[in-house]
Design a protein around this ligand. Structure first.
Ligand SMILES: [Fe+2]
Length: 249
């Protein structure tokens, strides 16, 4: 993946961000104002319609109706992996929400003391390495959600669209599972070798972009194409996140 940085004070920065997201799947904006949500919301609006956070998210974590505070810290009592300081494997957001976000904006407010590197991977660059029969197998995989079945991989026009969250998949295969720590991929998917293979290929791909985000760094990514995750860390870490519905394609 190529570097994709735009300065917030650059001329027409929002147009440049949108075109980078369209062509490469993501863009990083430097120097965003972290003292208010205004710039984050304005940029998100430029990408599409803001989407209220998933109902399971805690209400007190939501600002201005659309900006979700991803507060992560060391605690074994947290129910979501995003709220812990553990590694969060590559995934897409909202795989089980009623409306899956097309785009995600992630703005760093307070980085961890150490660790907590953000990791991004263009699924298209990885999918091109699968054989046709492997791709057919992946195209047949699906999630059961309360809104019906949802495919992991689909072809829309000439593009792949991926919905992939290994934790949700593991929970589906073992409903009694509560995952707030490291996911044993080999064990969780021993009866689903294709999913296990996907996880392994994603996690060992040399094509990931890795950043230690600084305060004011903001990533906009296409959630149908770019997987995101983070490494384990010490201390607490605060990101703000907006889910966005883009224009119909
Ligand atoms: Fe996420």
């Amino acid at each position: 993946m190529r570097e994709v940085t735009v300065l917030v004070d650059a001329t027409d920065y929002k147009i440049r961000v949108k075109s980078l997201v369209e062509s490469l799947g993501m863009a990083m904006i430097k120097n965003m104002n972290i003292d208010s949500n205004d710039e984050l919301v304005e940029l998100s609006h430029f990408m599409g319609n803001l989407q209220a956070p998933f109902a399971e998210d805690l209400k007190e974590q939501v600002e201005d109706g659309f900006v979700y505070r991803v507060t992560s810290t060391a605690s074994s009592s947290k129910r979501a992996i995003s709220q812990t300081n553990k590694e969060f494997l590559l995934h897409t957001d909202g795989t089980k929400s009623n409306v899956v976000p097309d785009f995600i904006a992630l703005m760093m407010i307070k980085p961890a003391i150490s660790g907590g590197q953000s990791v991004f991977l263009d699924s298209w660059s990885v999918l091109s390495n699968f054989t046709d029969s492997e791709l057919q197998g992946i195209l047949s995989l699906s999630y059961q959600t309360r809104f019906g079945k949802r495919k992991i991989l689909e072809v829309k026009g000439d593009r792949f669209q991926i919905k992939f969250n290994p934790y949700e998949l593991a929970k589906e295969l073992n409903p009694s599972l509560t995952i707030t720590g490291d996911l044993d991929v080999g064990n969780a998917f021993n009866e689903q070798p294709l999913i296990s293979q996907l996880c392994r290929i994603f996690s060992t791909s040399g094509k990931c972009l890795k950043y230690y985000l600084s305060p004011g760094d903001c990533i906009i990514l296409d959630n149908r194409r770019i997987l995101h995750g983070r490494t384990a860390f010490h201390g607490t870490r605060l990101l703000k996140r907006v889910w966005i519905q883009g224009q119909a394609e």
